[in-house]
Design a protein around this ligand. Structure first.
Ligand SMILES: NC(=O)c1ccc[n+]([C@@H]2O[C@H](COP(=O)([O-])OP(=O)(O)OC[C@H]3O[C@@H](n4cnc5c(N)ncnc54)[C@H](O)[C@@H]3O)[C@@H](O)[C@H]2O)c1
Length: 671
């Protein structure tokens, strides 16, 4: 049934009458107070900027209110304007629209801000501590109004959450183009971010938060499962399970929350430390975390028992990861695999809670005495690395999980470098994701059933399974294991109860697989077997969309790892090949200024034109990255691009010749 009141509210955008002030809801998780970095003049500018969204007659009421928000929270969120209706992935038909493409985008935005899904929903933060969808509620309201009224002759432009407006375009153009946090390169320090974000002119969109493509922690469960399984294979474990082995890490937040679930799927004993009690309770109540422990001695007993019995179980430690590492480093217990997923991409503003301070003390000190807080974080990282070094000396396989752990530990002065100045530990991309997945084009393909019906999701799972079964029959040895891992994943996906929020699924797939699966969905929509459009997309943490020297492009060794041409080419290329929306971001994953990443969403509506768009766009979206990786000399990518060229004569990629090292040495010695 169409909810007319809801539709009316969406269509009115920023309300004509001022809504009531809302009481501060302390039952939900809020973003920590952000640093007060603005001068008095800059504070005036921040207020002036915020008031631009409202009629002058309301300025006298709103100015002191926003000034207080800036003082109390370090940002102006415009809490009063948070709508009263429930925000969740509503079925596409509930959204008022002129084009279904725009309604599908609204479905995705609503999912990103669902309190069940988002980390700090009232501050419009989806994950990663500061991964913002919008900077304030006025931007949300205006964007929904634009999407609800736009036609397929228009494109909406959004800059760091601010909807700049609708611009004339054409039906084959993207309906939405997003840029997040793009700044002039010399102004991309962490202090610059704090300032621009406080001024209300820029935001950190993470990867899938600011692109409306977040699908809850499921998105990362699959990648984490694959990473853990392959980590197990690296240390000589069984090829299909980590049974009897311990995986130790930290973080049960937006994405790190996937670690507990993935450990169980991979058959391991997962032990995850989390400092924030509310986060532990949330994951436990969702069924993603099996047990919560607060007593280290009791926890140790449970660990030993679980390992002995080869239980697939996730144990949460409510406390600081540093205390846990130090405790275990002194005990006689083997930790086979370990990592860290605190939000070290954002080290000094709530991403990493240092040992020696309680959660509340840390939240206070980070704004009251940022210099001292920074010093304590550095001490904490040094202690953590010392305990890790102790355990790796006993055989633990430790890897950086793309959260800038090595980078920040290095900056803190921890004992993390080898004699030759390299990091002691690999990143998971260098060791696992890069050579096993990305170089072959396997990446986090995903889809969302906008009907919001679980039956639709079940059918898409079945269709994807059929495609993979066919592919597995003919798969070459280089990619067979990957296809088999993914087949197992999709067969068990429903049983593993992974949906939080929208009816979505993730499936690592290569170019061929992504195209075949998307075509099968489009066909099913055309035949009305699926009841509504399906959105396809991906995490930005992928083959082509992201230039990130400490993560996605960590296994590029031709000196180009600090360039970002690939990510820019990707978003431009996707935009004119059929994407319904594209986005480009500064700073997802490992931190502001450290990465450029982009992504897309494409609405499948059963049309022939959707078939053409998906084929053309996915081909470029994957092969752009494989071509670059192949040019850098990565063997898997050289294999994959040859294969892609043999399948489409229009694809002609420049190939790299390799020079003999002796010849190069000789040439340089002679000079
Ligand atoms: N490799 C990947 O695939 C991958 C995927 C996702 C995220 N990441 C990175 O991992 C990090 C975490 O992402 P997220 O979305 O879960 O962030 P998040 O902020 O939602 O979660 C991090 C959690 O760590 C907890 N924490 C912080 N310091 C702690 C400490 N000392 N001890 C115990 N718990 C502590 C926080 O309370 C928080 O809940 C980010 O830097 C992200 O970019 C990597």
């Amino acid at each position: 049934m169409i909810n007319l009141l809801f539709q009316k509210k969406i269509l009115q955008g920023i309300p004509n009458e001022l809504p009531e002030v809302k009481p501060y809801d302390s039952s939900i998780n809020h973003a920590p107070k952000r640093k007060d970095v603005l001068t008095v003049e800059e504070k005036k500018l921040a207020l002036k900027n915020a008031l631009r969204y409202f009629k002058p007659e309301y300025h006298s009421v709103l100015a002191p209110e926003f000034a207080k928000e800036l003082k109390d929270f370090g940002r102006i969120y415009m809490y009063r304007f948070k709508p009263d209706y429930k925000i969740f992935a509503r079925p596409i038909n509930e959204f008022p629209c002129q084009t279904k493409q725009a309604a599908a985008i609204m479905h995705m935005y609503f999912n990103n801000l669902d309190p069940k899904v988002a980390q700090h929903p009232n501050e419009l933060i989806t994950y990663g501590g500061n991964g913002a969808v919008f900077q304030n509620w006025a931007q949300f309201l205006l964007t929904m109004q634009y999407l609800a009224t736009m036609t397929d002759q228009q494109t909406l432009v959004i800059n760091s959450g601010h909807p700049q407006g609708l611009f004339p375009s054409h039906p084959d153009a993207p309906r939405l183009v997003i840029a997040n946090g793009m700044v002039i390169p010399n102004h991309s320090s962490l202090d610059d971010y704090e300032k621009f974000n406080s001024l209300g002119v820029s935001q950190y969109g993470q990867m899938t938060a600011g692109s409306a493509m977040y699908i809850g922690p499921q998105g990362i469960v699959h990648g984490t499962t694959i990473t853990l399984l392959n980590a197990g294979r690296k240390i000589g474990g069984s090829s299909s399970s980590l049974s009897g082995k311990l995986y130790l890490s930290s973080g049960l937040g937006g994405m790190s929350g996937a670690q507990a679930k993935a450990s169980v799927i991979a058959g391991a004993v997962g032990l995850i430390a989390e400092i924030n009690p509310k986060v532990l309770v949330k994951r436990h109540s969702q069924g993603w975390l099996d047990e919560i422990h607060t007593d280290l001695e009791k926890l140790l007993k449970r660990l030993i028992e679980a390992k002995k019995n080869k239980e697939a179980v996730s144990l949460g430690y409510q406390g600081n990861i540093v205390d846990l590492w130090e405790f275990l480093a002194d005990k006689d217990i083997t930790i086979e695999v370990a990592s860290d997923q605190t939000s070290l991409h954002n080290p000094y503003s709530g991403g990493y809670y240092p040992a020696g301070l309680t959660f509340d003390q840390a939240n206070e000190m980070m704004t009251q005495d940022p210099e001292k807080f920074q010093e304590i974080i550095h001490q904490s990282l040094k202690r953590q690395v010392a305990a890790i070094n102790k355990m790796t000396a006993k055989g633990t396989y430790f890897f950086d999980y793309g959260n800038a752990f090595l980078l920040q530990a290095g900056k803190a002065g921890a004992d993390i470098f080898t004699k030759s100045g390299k990091f002691k530990y690999p990143s998971y991309v260098e060791d696992i994701m890069g050579p096993i997945c990305f170089d072959y084009g396997f990446g986090p393909f995903r889809w969302v059933c906008t009907s919001a019906k679980s039956e639709d999701l079940a059918l898409t799972d079945k269709l994807a399974e059929e495609v993979l079964k066919e592919m597995a029959k003919k798969a070459e040895p280089e990619i067979k294991q990957q296809i088999q891992d993914n087949l197992k994943w999709i067969i068990e996906a429903k049983k593993n109860n992974l949906v939080v929020g929208s009816q979505a699924r993730i499936l690592y797939s290569n170019c061929q697989g992504r195209i075949k699966i998307a075509k099968a969905f489009n066909e099913a929509i055309r035949r009305q077997k699926l009841s509504a459009p399906v959105v396809i997309g991906r995490d930005h943490h992928d083959v082509s969309g992201t230039d990130s020297p400490y993560r996605e492009t960590a296994n590029i060794y031709d000196g180009s790892m600090f360039t970002a041409d690939m990510a820019i080419q990707n978003v431009i290329g996707d935009s004119f090949r059929g994407a319904t929306w594209v986005s480009i971001h500064n700073g997802g994953g490992v931190g502001w200024g450290e990465v450029i990443n982009g992504g897309f969403g494409l609405v499948l509506d059963g049309s022939k034109s959707a078939d053409q768009k998906l084929e053309s766009m996915i081909n470029f979206d994957v092969n752009n990255g494989i071509a670059r990786r192949s040019w850098a000399g990565n063997k898997g990518a050289q294999y994959a691009i040859e294969k892609a060229m043999s399948e489409d004569s229009r694809l002609i990629v420049t190939k790299a010749n390799s020079a003999k090292p002796e010849l190069i040495n000789q040439a340089l010695n002679k000079n």
